[in-house]
Design a protein around this ligand. Structure first.
Ligand code: PMP
Length: 287
């Protein structure tokens, strides 16, 4: 398995970063995760655009141009011996150069960013999860107020998601000030009375690439949808709840805090959207 590190493709064991890298010591970096189907990256330009927004958000100059990113990512994909992949991309503020403090909150002068990428086999929802749905719990969203930056400092998300894992569930649905934000590692959609509802992009959540695709598909196929703040009561009285992400795609949440959502099985809108999403993927991959 080859990984990419600062301009080189290397066997995994040979890729080495300084212990003083600000990603390691301070969590000072951003990342992306791009799903790859049959060797083709899905919505790569959207992921690279979001990476740019994250880099802008942490005031780190993008070390590569779009064409260079594309070329390197395609090279990395081609080096793997599995077709469906998730490509992880990480850019950190690098390692302070000689003469600079080893660990200082202030940005270092002259440190080149560290660019690291690897691919691993894509793990999507299992057929069992698709058929039966999954359970989730809710929790107060206690993260910082810049959740639109896809930062590598994921402690709050990890702790929140682990609350779900600890009780055998898959995701934590987060609420802030009585309103839905997102999942610990996904966006959350609500279906009520035949209308798809989802919170608007803001600093309180990461706008998923899957979120955008789902809304595009809803518009294209005439599925009623509303992008507006969603109150906790609407989450709790939903006919359907979904989590969406690049790896989980559209996954029905059938139980929230132990209470069945709607009929307690994946609903018709989730199944329709999943079918539309799968067809859309196939179409895009054929191009
Ligand atoms: N929100 C958070 C906090 C996430 O970690 C993710 C997964 N990266 C998402 C939303 C969904 O984003 P995407 O659809 O681009 O995978």
């Amino acid at each position: 398995m080859s990984v990419y590190l600062n301009g080189e493709f290397l066997p995994r064991a040979e890729a080495k970063v300084s212990v003083f890298d600000r990603g390691f010591v301070l969590g000072d970096g951003v990342y992306e995760l791009v799903p790859v189907y049959s060797g083709k990256p899905f919505r790569l330009d959207a992921h690279l655009h979001r990476l740019q927004l994250s880099l802008d958000g942490i005031r780190l100059a993008n070390p590569l141009g779009i064409a260079e990113w594309r070329e390197r990512i395609l090279q990395l994909i081609a080096l793997q011996d599995f077709a469906d992949q998730s490509v992880y991309i990480q850019v950190t503020r690098g390692t302070p150069v000689e003469g600079q403090p080893l660990r200082d909150h202030a940005f270092p002068q002259g440190a080149p960013p560290t660019v690291f990428m690897f691919a691993q086999p894509l793990v999507t929802a299992t057929p069992g999860q698709k058929a039966a749905g999954v359970c989730a719990i809710s929790a107060v969203d206690n993260r910082w107020l810049r959740c639109n930056i896809k930062g590598i400092s994921l402690l709050a998300n990890l702790l929140l998601r682990q609350l779900a894992v600890d009780v055998g569930c898959v995701e934590t649905v987060m609420l802030r000030d009585g309103f839905l934000t997102e999942g610990a590692a996904s966006n959350i959609f609500v279906v009520k009375d035949g209308v798809l509802r989802v919170p608007p992009p803001s600093n309180l959540m990461l706008t998923g690439i899957t979120y955008d695709v789902v809304l595009e598909l809803a518009a294209r196929h005439g599925i009623p949808h509303e992008v507006r703040p969603i109150a906790e009561a609407e989450v709790r009285s939903a006919d359907e709840l979904w989590m969406t992400s690049s790896t989980k795609e559209i996954m029905a949440i059938v139980k929230l805090d132990g209470v069945p959502v709607g009929a307690g099985v994946p609903g018709p809108f989730a199944m329709r959207m999943d079918a539309l999403y799968q067809a859309f993927k196939q179409d895009v991959m054929r191009l």
